[in-house]
Design a protein around this ligand. Structure first.
Ligand SMILES: [Zn+2]
Length: 371
């Protein structure tokens, strides 16, 4: 992806800084830039002094100082235009840090700020300033339904990323059998409502996040609407009475209000299914997903004789895996990136670690995706 130069603040180009994740290699006439953060590889043919130039791309040396240093060390034939061309070229390939703000991050979020800086360097749709990205999270509100095998990890991930308000609805108490796969709970919490244990735990590691936790089962869309607050995203992790039933309610509450929501999602046995993420008016809606599943069932010619007779069970590593992929999509929505779990069903075979990914189509006439 080529980054337009005008997406760089002037200050970034005046004092250019190579992205910290970029490894630079050289041969006699060529240089190679490898970014492990976004798996980018760029090669240039360069004059020898460019090898030296690279070492000064530290965010503190101005282009004028860079030119003076190179002329001092490599002679007066170092061309100003060529030095600026190299800087512009690196910028256009997304190899420079676009913004600032890492230094101002509080210690709790400093590693996240470094990550956001890398993200912004390769995503032209994001603002360059890391502070702005972090403010999108600290100013955001998320509602999570269910605080079990998936929801507890999602709540943990959202609080850890500095989301400003996280609301949680869950009706259950912590049981000993939860502890093999659910985040945030300890043996001392067994018998306490999950929402109470979760508030205690999140306050310990993410005190800046406001948690609004309510002990409640969602039985109707109206229950959900009462707790929507100012939600910027709703993540559905509840499975009672069923994943589909809860997701129907989430879609009913969120679609008309234009609230992004992550519906469905499941794990069990050898399968993990994060998402699907719905951006109302911009991606395939939950009803279309349900319609597609029903159409496939009818087309198969089969009907159920016997449903599942029990849980397939799960292990903490897998619930955490599926939940954190879901949480990452919620965070993408909050910072302004396109979600990865929209318009598709993605299923992870946790034994082979292969993904099966199927595109979703809108129903004819459904307004979920205006042309
Ligand atoms: Zn639709």
């Amino acid at each position: 992806m080529t980054i337009p130069l005008d997406s760089y603040p002037d200050s970034s180009l005046r004092r250019p800084r190579l992205r910290p994740s970029v490894v630079v290699q050289r041969s006699e006439h060529r240089m190679r830039f490898l970014s492990f953060a976004d798996l980018k590889e760029v090669e240039f043919e360069v004059r020898p002094y460019v090898h030296a130039l690279i070492r000064h791309l530290d965010g503190e040396t101005s282009c004028e100082e860079l030119l003076a240093t190179l002329r001092r060390d490599h002679g007066e034939d170092v061309s100003e235009e060529e030095v600026l061309d190299v800087v512009r070229c690196l910028a256009q390939h997304g190899l420079l840090v676009r913004g600032t703000g890492i230094e101002e991050s509080e210690p709790f979020l400093v590693r996240q700020a470094q990550f956001l800086a890398e993200l912004a360097a390769s995503r032209p749709e994001l603002p360059a300033d890391v502070g702005v990205l972090q403010e999108r999270l600290s100013g955001a509100e998320a509602l999570v339904l269910g605080a079990g095998g998936t929801g507890s990890w999602v709540v943990r991930a959202l609080c850890a990323s500095g989301v400003g308000t996280v609301a949680v609805l869950d009706p259950d108490d912590v049981e000993l059998s939860n502890l093999n796969r659910q985040a945030l709970y300890l043996r001392e919490d067994v018998g306490s409502p999950k929402v109470e244990a979760l508030v205690r735990r999140c306050a310990e590691f993410a005190p800046a996040t406001r948690i609004r936790a309510v002990r409640q089962r969602v039985g109707a869309a109206a229950d959900l609407v009462a707790h929507l607050g100012q939600a910027d995203v709703v993540v559905s992790c509840a499975d009672e009475p069923s994943v589909n039933a809860v997701s129907d309610l989430v879609a009913e509450a969120c679609e008309p209000r234009g609230i992004p929501h992550i519906v469905g999602g499941a794990y069990g046995g050898h399968l993990g299914i994060p998402g699907t993420t719905v951006l109302p008016g911009r991606s395939v809606c939950w009803k279309c997903l349900r319609h597609e599943a029903e159409r496939e069932r009818l087309a198969s010619g089969y009907e159920d004789v016997l449903g599942r007779t029990g849980s397939a069970g799960s292990i903490g590593a897998i619930t955490a895996l599926v939940a954190n992929i879901t949480a990452w999509d919620a965070i993408r929505v909050l910072v302004g990136m396109p979600p990865a779990l929209a318009d598709r069903v993605r299923e992870l075979d946790v034994i082979s670690l292969d993904w099966r990914s199927r595109p979703l189509r809108s129903r004819p006439g459904c307004p979920c995706r205006p042309a």
